[in-house]
Design a protein around this ligand. Structure first.
Ligand code: C2E
Ligand code: CA
Ligand code: CA
Ligand code: CA
Length: 292
C-alpha cells in the first residue's frame, strides 16, 4: 500500500501516469534513434561507404594549386551522398568520429604517397585533414601519426591537421603537449575557422600553430570599407608578424578574391575556384597545371 502511494505521488509529480509514459517513451525513442544512426555509421565505415573529396587550394597570385583539403562524404545506400552536416553531429556524440578521422587520415596519407610516386606534386604540395577535438585529445591519434611517420617520414611535412580553436582552448595544457609531439613528427597544424571562437588570440599565444584559416564568415562580407575587410587585414598582419601562413576559405566571388589579393592573402579556397572534387579530378587538375 505504501509503495502504491509512493508510485501515485511520483506519477502525480510527473504530471500523471500518461504524461509519465510519454516522457519515458520519448526518451527511449531518442536514445534508440541515436543508437540506430550510430550503428548505421559503424556499418558505413565497415562497408567503405565513407569517402573523401578534395577541395583545391590555390596561390591567389599565380593561380597554381597549392594543396587541397580533404572533406568526408557518406555514400549512403538509400539516401545517396550525404555531407558532414548530415552525420558528423551523431559521430561526435557517439565517439565514432575518432574512427572516421582515422579512416579519412589513412586515405589522405595513401593518396599523398600515390601523388608523389606518380610525380604529380612537388614537395611544397600539401593535403589537409580535419581533426575533431575528441580525436586530438585521444591518445590514439598520436600513436596513429607515429606509425605513419615510421612508414613515410619524408611526407609528414606535407600533411596539415586542421583543428578548431574551440576544441583546443578547453584543454590548453594537454593540447599544447599533443601538438608539440605531432609537430615533432613533422606534421603541420592549422587553426580552422579562425576568428570565430572566443579565444583566437589566446590560442595563437599559447599554441605553436603553422597556418591560420580565415573563416568563411569574414570572407563573405569582404568588399572594401567593411568591418570584415578590417578584420581580415588585421588577421593577416598578425599572421605575417608571427610568420604564419594564412588561407582564406569560402571565396565565392571575383570581388572577394581581388580584395584578398590586395590584402596580400596568398592562399585561397572556395567555390569560385573549385568545388570539392574526387581524387581523379584532382589528378587531372594537377596534370593540366604542370604537363609532364
Ligand atoms: P570546414 O572544415 O570549415 O570545411 C569547409 C566547408 O565549407 C566544406 O563543407 C566545404 O565544402 C564548404 N565550402 C568550401 N568552399 C565554400 C564556399 O565557397 N562557400 C560555401 N558556402 N561553402 C564552401 P563540408 O564538406 O560540408 O564540411 C563541413 C564541415 O564538416 C567542415 O567544415 C569540417 O568542420 C567538417 N568535416 C568535414 N570532413 C571532416 C572530417 O573528415 N573529419 C572531421 N572531424 N570533420 C570534418
Ligand atoms: Ca577545415
Ligand atoms: Ca573552415
Ligand atoms: Ca567550419
Amino acid at each position: 500500500l505504501v509503495r502504491n502511494a509512493d508510485t501515485a505521488m511520483y506519477q502525480a509529480k510527473r504530471g500523471g501516469r500518461d504524461n509519465h509514459c510519454t516522457y519515458k517513451d520519448s526518451m527511449t525513442s531518442e536514445a534508440y534513434n541515436l543508437m540506430s544512426k550510430s550503428s548505421g555509421l559503424k556499418q558505413a565505415l565497415q562497408n567503405n561507404e565513407l569517402f573523401v573529396q578534395y577541395q583545391p587550394q590555390y596561390n591567389s597570385f599565380t593561380g597554381d594549386v597549392y594543396g587541397a583539403e580533404a572533406l568526408v562524404r557518406w555514400n549512403h545506400p538509400s539516401k545517396g551522398i550525404l555531407l558532414p552536416g548530415d552525420f558528423l553531429d551523431i559521430a561526435e556524440q557517439t565517439g565514432i568520429i575518432v574512427d572516421i578521422d582515422d579512416y579519412v587520415f589513412d586515405i589522405v596519407f595513401n593518396d599523398l604517397q600515390e601523388l608523389k610516386q606518380q610525380g604529380l606534386v612537388s614537395n611544397d604540395f600539401s593535403l589537409s585533414v580535419n581533426v575533431s577535438g575528441r580525436k586530438l585529445l585521444s591518445e590514439n591519434l598520436l600513436e596513429h601519426l607515429k606509425i605513419c611517420h615510421e612508414q613515410a617520414p619524408d611526407i609528414t611535412s606535407q600533411i596539415t591537421l586542421e583543428l578548431t580553436e574551440r576544441d583546443m582552448i578547453t584543454k590548453l595544457e594537454k593540447c599544447r603537449n599533443f601538438i608539440d609531439q605531432i609537430k615533432k613528427l613533422g606534421f603541420k597544424i592549422a587553426i580552422d575557422d579562425f576568428g570565430t571562437g572566443y579565444s583566437s588570440l589566446a590560442t595563437l599565444k599559447h599554441l605553436p600553430i603553422d597556418i591560420l584559416k580565415l573563416d568563411r564568415s569574414f570572407v563573405s562580407g569582404l568588399s572594401s570599407a567593411t568591418v570584415d575587410y578590417v578584420i581580415i587585414d588585421s588577421i593577416l598582419t598578425i599572421a605575417r608578424g608571427l610568420h604564419l601562413s594564412a588561407i582564406a576559405e569560402g571565396v565565392e566571388t571575383p570581388q572577394q578574391l581581388e580584395a584578398l589579393k590586395t590584402l596580400g592573402c596568398q592562399t585561397v579556397q572556395g567555390y569560385l575556384l573549385s568545388y570539392p572534387i574526387n581524387l581523379d579530378e584532382l589528378i587531372k587538375l594537377l596534370i593540366k597545371q604542370s604537363p609532364p
